[in-house]
Design a protein around this ligand. Structure first.
Ligand code: SF4
Length: 203
């Protein structure tokens, strides 16, 4: 895997990319990049859990739109999703990165992919190098046969892939694969920034 080639392709698609070596570098990067008192929203991400980004946001001086607060009512959670659109920063991950410099995400209710595409002033997408694949076909396969089945298990869903371990393209009402987004460019080449973390994070 040629990371320099990938970063070049991402930059040709106007997606700023920063390569970091580990979790400590990531947290330093976030500390330097996000000014105090910024409003920060997040998308659901095992990568952000593993790298302790959520804990970092909770313990800093940010206005963290914490969708994981257990006391939230359904209506309050919806309000957080709506506030994400007006946040200073939105932090999330991606399901796959293709070598031609495109970012792939599958979403259940759209609350993650929608603010990535429009709204927050700055979007930081944090992903391990394990998410890199050859092309679009491999990206979709990665989503259907690795990321989505594991996410179904994490979310205690009863969709067919929990048993089969791979996608059968179900039509279940509870399926989490409803909105596929492909980012292949942007007007402002610094709005969405990919933070590539060397190593395996999330799935
Ligand atoms: S479409 Fe259905 S079977 Fe396929 S990964 Fe999504 S939830 Fe699982």
């Amino acid at each position: 895997m040629d990371i320099d080639l990938l970063i070049n392709e991402l930059q040709r698609n106007r997606i700023k990319t920063t390569l970091l070596e580990n979790k400590e570098q990531l947290l330093d990067f976030l500390r330097e990049t996000i000014p105090p008192n910024s409003i920060v929203g997040v998308g659901d991400s095992v990568t952000l859990e593993e790298t302790e980004v959520y804990d970092f946001l909770r313990s800093s001086s940010y206005v963290f739109l914490d969708k994981y607060d257990k006391n939230l009512t359904k209506e309050e959670k919806r309000n957080i999703y709506l506030k994400n659109f007006d946040a200073d920063f939105f932090i999330s991950s991606v399901n796959a990165i293709s070598m031609d410099g495109r970012l792939f995400n599958m979403d259940g209710n759209g609350s993650r992919v929608a603010p990535i595409i429009y709204g927050p002033k700055k979007v930081l997408l944090i992903a391990g190098t394990n998410k890199i694949v050859a092309d679009e076909k491999a990206a979709i396969s990665r989503i259907r046969n690795i990321a989505a089945p594991l996410d179904n298990i994490r979310l205690s869903k009863k969709n067919p892939c929990v048993k089969t371990g791979k996608c059968i393209d179900c039509k279940s009402k509870t399926k989490i694969c409803n909105y596929l987004s492909v980012i292949q460019g942007q007007f402002d080449n610094e709005r969405i920034e990919l933070i590539l973390l060397n190593g395996k994070y999330g799935y």
